[in-house]
Design a protein around this ligand. Sequence first.
Ligand code: 5AD
Length: 354
Amino acid sequence: MEKQTNKDLIAELESKKILSDEGFRQLLSTFTTEDRLLLAQRARTVCDRVYGKKIYLRGIIEFTNWCRNDCLYCGLRRSNKEVVRYRMNKEEILSCCKVGYTIGMRTFVLQGGEDLTYDASLFEEIIRAIRKEFPDCAITLSVGEREHDLYQKWFDAGADRFLLRHESADPIHYAKMHPKVQTLQHRLACLEDLKQIGYQVGAGMMVGAPYQTVDNLVTDLRYLEKFRPHMIGIGPFIPHSQTPFRNEPQGSFDLTLVLLSILRLMRPTVLLPATTAMDTVRKYGRKEAVLAGCNVIMPNITPARQRANYKLYNDMAELRTTHSIGINEINDMLRDIAYYGVTERGDYKEEAQI
Ligand code: 5AD
């Protein structure tokens, strides 16, 4: 059989929503600027058909930077003794939600390190309090790996969604980025638990993470195809100076755009955020991400005082803005490209529903 051109592959991906491993490999390793723009255009058309010009906004609250884990890429890793650690109490978190609500957020994302001090009952109380005070809002958790029963408790208390990036679907690659005690097997089991409980679940990976190969990315795409998360979060790897990966190169912005478009074509209804990391590596990076098929933006609504200490990687874009400037900038940016941020929960739609 004659070799397919990248254009053929893009057309095939759009119609079949999947490619062979070889097809993915070729597209990821040989795409030209023209291919990338064609992919973005096809992905954007598909996204417009499902979600129109609406972009969903989620207010992120980084409520604790304590973490028991030691991921080699992350600035909040336990071994980083230079971080000033903080944790917010219930009142502080609720006041973040209030600010977020006023500026139009109808999803709150509680993100933090794996900080077990909340587990006994505090986190459950916090979820209940938000659920009671903001009945029209979705509550998303992003707090890492726990036992099934705890996930269940938090769900019963009113949480709707859970973000847990799988980080790499290849166990050998996963092991190069994490200490031995953290296993891919356990992370994937958590993702299964979350889905079974009834959460809308988000998975995802960094692009250009140290030791990552094109084959690893193909494995990630296959995993995402099989697991079918409701949300997929991806962004370029960015080195942090206080981690073992301090001297590793940054992930490619263009390759991230290509992957976002591929994911949109594979999963027309998936919730796909234009992540903070995109804005960190390129001015208006999130704008390009929206134009490549993203339909979610997650403004940071953590107060500046704490935000300064929540650095997953160096020069995190959100550190430069306050929440009110952040949201105005986002709205201006979206208006510029004829999209608009909406005050809606923005739940996942099944393909059959569109
Ligand atoms: N560069 C880019 N993304 C990172 N994350 C953690 N550290 C980095 C980094 N150095 C991502 C991980 C994690 C999410 C919260 O942030 O994928 O799941």
